[in-house]
Design a protein around this ligand. Sequence first.
Ligand code: ZN
Length: 144
Amino acid sequence: TIKAGTVIDHITNGKSLEAINVLKLLDQKNKAIVTAGFNLKSNKYGLKDVVKIEDKELSKEELNKIALLAPKATINIIRNHKVHNKYKVELPKIIEGFVKCSNPKCITNNEQIKTKFFLVKKEPLQIRCDYCERTMQSSDIVSL
Ligand code: ZN
């Protein structure tokens, strides 16, 4: 395991690369040491992905991004080689600024307006745009 940082466990299998992208972990300026595991066996949900990020603890906004992508993810905060804190991600009721509306005519796609969605349903995931009222599901979600 890692000395310090965050382990995102129970990521829906196949979603770890998206998680890495959404968190911009490969940005030059981040220089985070990232280790990803794919299609690992999970006792609870079949196959899972795991992402380990050294020397970084995720912010609330970053956790929200992970929750949308992988609602079953578990976050382990590691300090001094030990699990300091462990919790499940929670879907935010309001999602602001990081998801793109799938309606090309939506004002947020045509003007400089921050996107805003409301959580409609958790399982299966549904969110609704505050501006055009388009309902989107998991497969429609694209991060900005
Ligand atoms: Zn919209």
